[in-house]
Design a protein. Sequence first.
Lengths: 224, 101
Amino acid sequence: MATTDAPPGGWRAGFRTGAALGAGGFLLAVSFGAFAVTNGWPAWLAILMSAVAFAGSAQFALVAAYGGGGLGPGLVSAGLMNLRFVPMGAATARYLHGGPLRRAVEGQAVVDASWVAAQRSDGGLDRELMIAATMMQWPAWVAGTAVGALAVPGTELIHTIGLDLVFPAFFAVLLVDSLTAAPTLLPVAVAGAAVAAGACRIMPTGVALVLAAGAVAVTAWQRR
Amino acid sequence: MIVAVILLAVITIAFKAVGPAVLGDREFPPRLRAAVDALPVALLAGLLAVGLLGPGWRTFDWTVLPGLALAVALRLWRRSPLTCVVAGVAATAVVRALPWG
């Protein structure tokens, strides 16, 4: 356990952060559970998906694309949505412990919110915070899915009470945090948003997100 | 559907494992390191755009914008992430309850 020499953050901060993120994730999971059931998925399978995949936006992509084309398009969309975990995992690798197998296991803690929350101002990553935050979010995600799938609030109700804002608001808050820590990355954010917006007009959203990752090319231009 | 769930789990676990397992002992050149460090910002901005616009821009709804702006403003004012999101959701509900919402 590397708690004694951990920088500000660590396990305790991770559990605190994860509790807050989990509350937001719970709301989003409720909307996912309802979304899956209203698209013809059995409630138990929606809950199982959240438990074994814990893949947020990819789960939405799978359900949406499966309904529009079946297994192939569903998995391609979800896979593209999850492609970002490869570079995110690569960026995380040096901060994880142990050999390849242990790092692969610890790498399962890489989820968007935890990963961003674990970014340190010195450019490093707080391993303990990321793992703890993910440990808090997983049960919230599964429980929220169960509530949504079993209680099935209608899409009209979700819209009326504003629950559909959870997803964009959550990512906007995290983006504010990232840009506050590294203001020079504002052009990257603008480019990422522009590329994703343009791409999702004509392409699957998963592809749009992968292309948005290409906005990091701006950093090469900045370093010239 | 069960096959889809299993394959999604396998894909997700594999994608999350390959970076840490294969690249864990390597040092990144500065230029690549800068690009990788910028990834969260690029992806978050992309997620935000995609979340707002949706596939083919078919799910864009202007009534989320006031709530989104409130969430951002509260975060800049150093309120907790949960406070920001809940306030944004509440503001969106209020906007939609108005006659023009």
